[in-house]
Write a protein that binds this ligand. Structure first.
Ligand code: PSU
Ligand code: MN
Length: 301
C-alpha cells in the first residue's frame, strides 16, 4: 500500500516550482458554516492566500484519497454533501479505508499537511478544552496534535465557548508555543481580547517562521499556535458575544449534545442567535489568518 495522497493540479505545480503553500482545513466548510456561505468563504480564503504570494491547499478526504488542494468541482461537492464525516486523528485512516467523504479538523489537517510537506496552515479557531471538561473529559484532539506534528497553525485564538484558561494550561503542559500576533493578550476568536495574557508574543511573520525552523533544528516535535486577533472593524466584543455563548451552551446541555457534535451545535446556534453577525466576523478573521499564514509560508520556503 502506498500513501493515498493526491495533489490538485494547482498544488502539484506549486510543489514543482518550490512555491509557498498554505494548508486549509475543511471541517470549517462542512461543520463550521452554513451553505452557501461556506463554499463562498472557502473560495475567498483561497483567493486571499494567492493574493499574498502563496498557493492554497484545502484538504479533505474523498474516494479513499487525501486530497491536498481541491478543484472547483470538488469544493462544491464537499460544501453541499450531506453527512460528511468530521475527521480527527482517530478516524482519518478508517475514512480512507472505507472510501467515505470526510472533512478534516485542525488535528487531521495538520497530519495531512505534514505528510504533504506543508509547514503552515490557516484556519478560524482551534478546538480546545470544553467548559465542564472536569466531568465530560471533552478536550479536543487538536491540542495533542499541536504537541506532536510540526505544522504552524494560524487561528484567531479559541472561541469562548471553550474554557480558555484550561485550554492554555493544556497547551503549556503539552509544550506547544502559543504566540499572539501583535498584541499581549490571547485573542478569543470574535473578540480581540480574552482577558488572558498570551504566553508569547511576536510582531513579525519572519520571527514566527524562524521559531518554526528552530524547533526543528532543536529536535522538538510539534507545531506552533499563532493566535491572530480578528481585525478591529469586525470584532464582536466579549460583553456582546458572552451572553449568546451562555445561551447556546445551556441549550447544548439541555439537549444532551455530546462528543463530536458539541462544537458544530454551538457554532450553528451562535450563528442563529446573532442573526448571522457571528458568521460575518468568522469570515473576516479567516481571511486575516490566510494573509498572515501566506506571509509565514513565504518565509519558510
Ligand atoms: N472551532 C471553531 N470553528 C471550527 C472548529 C473549531 O471556531 O470550525 C472546528 C475545527 O475543525 C476544529 C474542530 O479542529 O472544530 C474541533 O472539534 P472538536 O472540538 O470536536 O475537537
Ligand atoms: Mn470534543
Amino acid at each position: 500500500m502506498t500513501l493515498p495522497l493526491r495533489h490538485s493540479p494547482e498544488v502539484a505545480k506549486a510543489r514543482a516550482e518550490g512555491a509557498a503553500i498554505v494548508a486549509l482545513e475543511s471541517t470549517i466548510i462542512t461543520h463550521g458554516m452554513p451553505f452557501p456561505q461556506n463554499v463562498a468563504t472557502a473560495r475567498a480564503v483561497e483567493a486571499e492566500v494567492r493574493a499574498h504570494g502563496a498557493v492554497p491547499a484545502t484538504i479533505a478526504i474523498m474516494g479513499g484519497q487525501i486530497h491536498i488542494g481541491l478543484t472547483e468541482a470538488e469544493l462544491d461537492q464537499l460544501g453541499q454533501a450531506k453527512s460528511v464525516a468530521k475527521l480527527s486523528r482517530a478516524d482519518l485512516a478508517a475514512c480512507l479505508a472505507t472510501g467515505g467523504i470526510g472533512a478534516t479538523t485542525v488535528a487531521a489537517t495538520m497530519i495531512c499537511a505534514h505528510l504533504a510537506g506543508i509547514k503552515v496552515f490557516a484556519t478560524g479557531g482551534i478546538g480546545g478544552v470544553h467548559r465542564g471538561a472536569e466531568t465530560s473529559f471533552d478536550i479536543s484532539a487538536d491540542l495533542m496534535e499541536l504537541a506532536q506534528t510540526p505544522v504552524t497553525v494560524v487561528a484567531a485564538g479559541a472561541k469562548a465557548i471553550l474554557d480558555l484558561p484550561k485550554t492554555l494550561e493544556v497547551l503549556e503542559t503539552q509544550g506547544v508555543p502559543v504566540i499572539a500576533f501583535g498584541q499581549d493578550q490571547f485573542p478569543a476568536f470574535w473578540s480581540r481580547q480574552s482577558g488572558l495574557k498570551s504566553p508569547l508574543r511576536m510582531d513579525r511573520a519572519e520571527d514566527i517562521a524562524a521559531a518554526h525552523r528552530l524547533r526543528g533544528i532543536l529536535g522538538l516535535p510539534g507545531g506552533q499556535l499563532v493566535a491572530n486577533p480578528i481585525p478591529l472593524a469586525n470584532e464582536i466584543k466579549l460583553d456582546v458575544i458572552g451572553p449568546v455563548i451562555e445561551a447556546a451552551l445551556a441549550e447544548a446541555e439541555a439537549q444532551g449534545i455530546a462528543a463530536k457534535a458539541v462544537t458544530p451545535f454551538l457554532l450553528n446556534r451562535i450563528f442563529e442567535l446573532t442573526e448571522g453577525r457571528s458568521l460575518a466576523a468568522n469570515i473576516a478573521l479567516v481571511l486575516n489568518n490566510a494573509r498572515l499564514a501566506a506571509a509565514i509560508a513565504r518565509h519558510l520556503i
